[in-house]
Write a protein that binds this ligand. Structure first.
Ligand code: G6P
Length: 451
């Protein structure tokens, strides 16, 4: 059984449709085989559909009221935990009422899961929205095997310790048999927090003893459906669309791409400023560049996201106003959700991919770009603060805060000889082929089955 904030299906007003995304793709066959269930929110406030089957998986909706969406989802999840776990790039809000709602809503998910869980079941809880569920669930279904996967970073204790409810969160997670993280760094950070804040005891390198039970900490970097990206990227439709995109951009020598959810963790503003610097310092080559930034709308009710959108649109306006000319727009900015084929066409069209988050659990865009480069060329510029940097070492690794270094790297990326591009891309492509999202799910579940 999977317990996640969202169900793997979305209601479009008439029907349920499968949500796109790697996690759903990877877990679908596993759950279908196991006659499994998925517990989660349908994504619409005050919507309480009865449990139903979709695609061979039994779906158990957890309804959230408008108030709960405000205080649990927008409040505690996305104005407290999200910024705190991403190095407090934006100041986290500490609001007692939001915390109360986090506890209540976690209890709702745990109760819903307990209703369907049977003896011997494996329950796999996902992400920062549900960190109290493992302990809550264990207290009602002590025999279940409980796994937890954190998709975002677990911060260093110096940052985490600010949270007034830090002990409760750590104890919530310690109800798991296995807690898996994107990186070794996150697993180590959690281990330290559990020992200092909840009195857990280290057993070997990767286990903790807590209240007489063993809890295993597992670094398990998430991945993508590599074969599917390769298949789509090499399809005639996507190849044609990629050529069309280049020509729509005026056939520049260098297409540079950024592709992110509009989120302050992604470093979109600093990246644009680096591009602006490049334009400033290369008056003669300027026209050879075209920068495309796709920003996918996200959490639009949180004030920090609204402000970020204003800031980014101002920078884009400034760059285009200063440097643009009739027939040449330096930055093409798309604030929308694109269909997957269109996303991949942009990957295929881009000579340089800029993935420069200030902090990111993994960053799958980096892996998607690599998988889509079936011709074996292209340059990936990757932030050292993305989990993906632990694996994609053949990328050009940068500190995204160091704007001068990003400018230099960008200028290197646009002049990199094809030989070097191919050499690096070969290593990167081997990496994303060696470990896809199906391997990830298999590894995580195998660890749980062994408990
Ligand atoms: C990140 C989180 C996910 C979350 C996703 C989209 O990847 O780790 O748990 O679902 O962002 O955010 P949203 O708030 O729209 O679910």
């Amino acid at each position: 059984m999977v317990v996640a904030n969202r169900l793997p299906v979305a209601w479009d007003g008439e029907d349920w449709t499968i949500s796109p995304g790697g996690l759903v793709r990877a877990l679908r066959p596993v759950l279908q085989n196991a006659e499994g269930a998925w517990v989660g929110w349908a994504g619409i406030p005050d919507f309480a559909p009865e449990p139903f089957d979709h695609d061979g998986i039994s779906q158990k909706p957890v309804p959230l009221s408008e108030d709960e969406v405000d205080s649990f989802y927008f409040g505690f999840c996305n104005a407290t935990l999200w910024p705190l776990y991403h190095d407090a790039i934006v100041a986290p809000e500490f609001d007692r009422q939001h915390w109360g709602s986090y506890v209540d809503v976690n209890q709702k998910y745990a109760d819903a899961a307990a209703e369907v869980a049977a003896v011997g079941d494996i329950v796999w809880v996902q992400d920062y929205q549900l960190q109290l569920v493992p302990s809550m669930l264990r207290s009602v279904v002590p025999d279940a095997t409980v796994g937890f996967y954190l998709h975002i970073p677990f911060p260093p204790i110096e940052v985490f310790a600010r949270l007034p409810w830090r002990r409760q969160i750590v104890e919530g997670l310690l109800g798991s048999d296995v807690i898996a993280f994107q990186t070794r760094q996150s697993a180590d950070n959690f281990s330290r927090a559990a020992r200092r804040l909840a009195g857990a005891e280290a057993v070997g390198k990767r286990d903790l003893r807590w209240r007489g039970r063993l809890v295993h900490l597992q670094p398990a970097p998430i991945a993508i459906d590599t074969a599917e990206f390769e298949r789509l990227a090499s399809s005639v439709g996507v190849q044609q669309r990629a050529a069309e995109i280049r020509s729509e951009l005026g056939d520049p020598d260098h297409v540079i791409l950024g592709m992110d959810r509009l989120d302050y963790t992604k470093g979109i503003d600093l990246r644009l400023e680096a591009f602006e610097s490049l334009l400033y310092s290369s008056p003669r080559e300027r026209h050879q560049f075209a920068f495309v930034q796709v920003a996918v709308p996200s959490r639009e009710q949180v004030p920090a996201y609204q402000q970020l959108r204003i800031d980014i649109e101002q920078i884009v306006g400034r760059i285009n106003g200063t440097y643009g000319e009739p027939g040449w727009v330096p930055v093409s900015y798309l604030y929308r959700t694109l269909p997957l084929e269109e996303v991949i066409a942009y990957y295929v069209a881009a000579d340089v991919m800029l993935v420069t988050p200030l902090r990111d659990g993994m960053n799958l865009v980096a892996k998607e770009y690599v998988a889509s480069r079936t011709a074996g060329d292209g340059v990936l510029v990757l932030s050292e603060f993305a989990g993906a940097a632990e694996q994609l070492r053949a990328a050009l690794i940068v500190n995204p805060y160091d704007v001068d270094a990003v400018v230099e790297t960008l200028s290197y990326a646009t002049t990199m000889p094809v030989d070097e591009q191919q050499q690096r891309m070969r290593k990167l492509r081997n990496m994303v082929r060696k470990a896809d999202v199906f391997d990830w799910a298999r590894d995580c579940l195998a660890t749980l089955e062994d408990r």
